[in-house]
Design a protein around this ligand. Structure first.
Ligand code: NAD
Length: 371
């Protein structure tokens, strides 16, 4: 990542005062990671050492306000290997049985839950009861009710619950949000945002294809990003949805979860957001049409680098380490003993889950469902 000072960063991206303020408060410190910082860092333990936890672990090198301080894993060999690779002391490494002992560990401030979706609820609640702040990966849980219980457990324990929504700290997405919410091109009328990839054949089935572990197919895994961006670009909550399951082309693979799903969100302003999330085709794009122009990203939702344009020309923002930006953004607020803004918290995950449940219901019954 380039070494941007805040000033050169803002000059380079050539953005207006409001966006500058948003970036300054939400993510610019992540670009200044090479600047010297000697203050207290937030000590994070990663819980669940799979593929995405690997991305997160490798990202701490770009983080200014966070340390990788602990690990939680059920695999003794991973405890050994990751402990060595990331220099995590043995006393900060837990398994799923002794995890609750983390309550006694003053050197861990926050637990980042990177487990299969069905395990998010249990581990968020256990981390909260141990007095640790929590970041939980998307989707927040399997149901609205679970999300509510997780939020309550964190409130009761007096800890903060953040969502692992990396795009809230990503410059292209902050710009999409500004263009939509500030009506820079007038009222947005239509959003088209889709995310999909082709899954491989895995035997035994990977957990994403097992409903009890994932809660559902590509809607839970990928569609959540489409719902997110539709909501934050509009700055409105959808009032109704229609949805359609795609055809199942592999009965064995998709015996439990959908292979693809398409939906339409209706917003109070009259705007419509239409999306597909899929495990059988590759797609990663965002497009918004407004009264006086358009704006789009492609690629749009993956780890980047993103590319985008508006009806007035190319968007040109730096490619940031999304994971480091997100952890620093959350970490700085917690270190400053401030409350996370609500769009970073479990409340945001809950809102998305509410929409996800409505989409599944609409696809199931084949009728428009009020959110
Ligand atoms: P993964 O399969 O690579 O890792 C899951 C980890 O959980 C593994 O270490 C596995 O050993 C452990 N685990 C413990 N109990 C398990 C069980 N019963 N079944 C299966 N695994 C079990 O998955 P991942 O891709 O790292 O996803 C983990 C979470 O992170 C998911 O909630 C996913 O949606 C989220 N994620 C987020 C992003 C993002 O960009 N924010 C990207 C990928 C994944």
């Amino acid at each position: 990542m380039e070494n941007f000072s805040r000033r050169s960063f803002l000059q380079k991206v050539g953005i207006g005062a409001r966006t500058a303020t948003v970036l300054a408060t939400q993510s610019s410190f992540a670009h200044a990671n090479q600047q010297h910082y000697e203050g207290k860092k937030l000590n994070i333990a990663l819980c669940g050492l799979g593929r995405y936890a690997g991305y997160l672990a490798d990202s701490f090198v770009d983080a200014k306000y966070c340390n990788l301080a602990g690990l939680v894993t059920g695999t003794p060999q991973k405890a050994k290997d990751w402990g060595k690779k990331y220099n995590v002391p043995a006393e900060n490494i837990y398994n799923y049985q002794n995890f609750d002992e983390i309550v006694k560990n003053k050197n861990i401030d926050l637990v980042y839950i990177v487990l299969p979706n069905s395990m998010h609820k249990e581990y968020v609640i256990r981390a909260a009861k141990a007095g640790k702040h929590v970041i939980v990966e998307k989707p927040m849980a399997l149901t609205v009710k679970d999300c509510q219980e997780m939020i309550k457990a964190c409130e009761d324990a007096g800890v903060q619950l953040a969502m692992g929504y990396r795009l809230h700290y990503e410059p292209y997405h902050l710009e999409l949000k500004r263009l939509g919410q500030d009506k820079v091109f007038g009222q947005v009328r239509l959003i088209e945002v889709s995310l999909g990839y082709k899954t491989g054949n895995s035997i035994p089935k990977e957990w994403r294809l097992v409903k009890a572990l994932s809660g559902g197919g590509p809607l839970m895994n990928l569609g959540v990003y489409c719902i997110q961006s539709s909501r934050y670009v509009m700055g409105e909550e959808p009032i109704a949805v229609t949805a359609q399951f795609g055809k199942i082309t592999d009965n064995e693979k998709y015996s439990e979860v959908e292979e693809s799903i398409t939906w339409q969100l209706e917003f109070p302003s009259g705007a419509v957001a239409t999306s597909t999330s899929s495990y059988n085709c590759s797609v990663d794009r965002f497009f918004a049409s407004a009264d006086d122009g358009y704006f789009e990203l492609h690629p749009a939702v993956s780890y980047g680098p993103f590319r985008g344009r508006t009806s007035k020309g190319e968007l040109n923002f730096p490619d940031v380490n999304q994971q480091a930006s997100q952890m620093d953004g959350i970490g700085k607020v917690i270190l400053d003993k401030q409350k996370l803004p609500s769009h970073i918290t479990g409340e945001e995950g809950l809102k998305d889950m509410n929409v996800i449940e409505a989409i599944y219901e609409a696809a199931r019954i084949g009728k428009r469902v009020l959110v």
